[in-house]
Design a protein around this ligand. Structure first.
Ligand SMILES: C[S@@+](CC[C@H](N)C(=O)[O-])C[C@H]1O[C@@H](n2cnc3c(N)ncnc32)[C@H](O)[C@@H]1O
Length: 291
């Protein structure tokens, strides 16, 4: 029997502590959408620059380098488990860099997913390159795929177009890296910006939808979900990161924090300003988690 590490009072945000490879096998539930930011296996003793200081690139044991074959096996297994957890019209987003994203794309195709887009996230404020022997790394890739080639998926086309000044939203997104106010409950070494996850949630889900993040870290996905009236299950094997997640979610029990956070996200502000033009579809009841 699964005992959640944390559940919000209104049951819209649940955290599980443990290995997602084990936990995903232990319950039945279908999600509308999955966002995953899996390990990139980049912790190989290299150096980088952060706030003007030379720092190690090592993130933790969970990110220790693996061979190409091991990375392929890892990605194939969790992507297979996630496919079983998606509704037939559901979609999955996976973020990565060139180190792991080609392996992810190959596994997706092998497993029968259909790739819809590869979004390039251009960081408007990337850290400088320490070695001065390469171009500065300033992008990450986010693959968007649907479970089945034949089942139509949900895309909030109109909202994306309105957010983009009434022009079709492109697959290149210019968004800054994480801001200091997003780290109020402690630092996760690879925390994603809330603006990025808000766009993903708005583009591919509707109010009331269930979103899974099997490598949730500080639960940026869950915070975006809660701010936008979606429901969330996050899994992480590190207790410290779940504590950060819990603190971030508990902030949202105060309505003034919700308003404050929403006011800092440009896409949400745009959505609010044009709510008379673009309506999100009404909430559908997809039931509750079995724990
Ligand atoms: C790249 S980070 C995710 C960061 C997250 N997107 C955020 O905004 O905070 C990957 C996370 O996966 C977790 N992790 C790695 N292997 C795992 C596994 N087998 N099961 C569950 N969590 C795992 C790590 O502890 C780490 O927090």
């Amino acid at each position: 029997m699964i005992t959640p590490y944390y559940k919000s009072v209104n049951r819209d945000f649940t955290l599980l502590h443990g290995d997602c490879f084990e936990l995903l096998r232990e319950f039945d539930f279908k999600f509308n959408c999955i966002f995953a930011d899996p390990p990139y296996f980049l912790s190989n003793g290299g150096k980088s620059i952060q706030s003007g200081e030379i720092v190690s690139v090592n993130k933790g044991d969970w990110d220790t380098g693996k061979s190409p074959q091991e990375i392929m096996d890892f990605n194939r297994e969790w992507l297979g488990l996630c496919r079983e957890k998606l509704r037939d019209n559901g979609t999955i987003w996976i973020s990565g860099t060139y180190h792991n994203i080609f392996s992810v794309a190959n596994c997706l195709t092998e497993l029968g997913y259909k790739i819809l887009n590869v979004v390039t996230w251009v960081k408007t404020n990337p850290p400088p390159n320490f070695s001065c022997r390469y171009f500065t790394y300033s992008t990450e890739f986010i693959i968007w795929a649907r479970k089945c080639a034949s089942k139509p998926h949900y895309f909030n086309y109109e909202l994306m177009r309105k957010i983009n000044g009434n022009k079709q939203m492109k697959d290149v997104w210019f968004l800054p890296a994480i801001a200091p106010w997003e780290k109020a409950h402690g630092k996760h070494p690879t925390q994603k910006p809330l603006a990025l996850l808000s766009r993903i949630v708005l583009a591919s889900t509707q109010p009331g939808d269930w979103i899974l993040d099997p490598f949730c870290g500080s639960s940026t996905t869950g915070i975006a979900a809660s701010l936008l009236g979606r429901r969330f299950l996050g899994i992480d094997r590190e207790m410290d990161f779940l504590e950060i997640s819990k603190g971030r979610r508990e902030d949202l029990n105060r309505q003034d924090s919700v308003s404050q956070f929403r006011s800092k996200i440009k896409d949400i502000q745009e959505m609010e300003s044009m709510s008379s033009v673009v309506c999100e579809d009404p909430l559908t009841d997809y039931g509750d988690l079995p724990f």
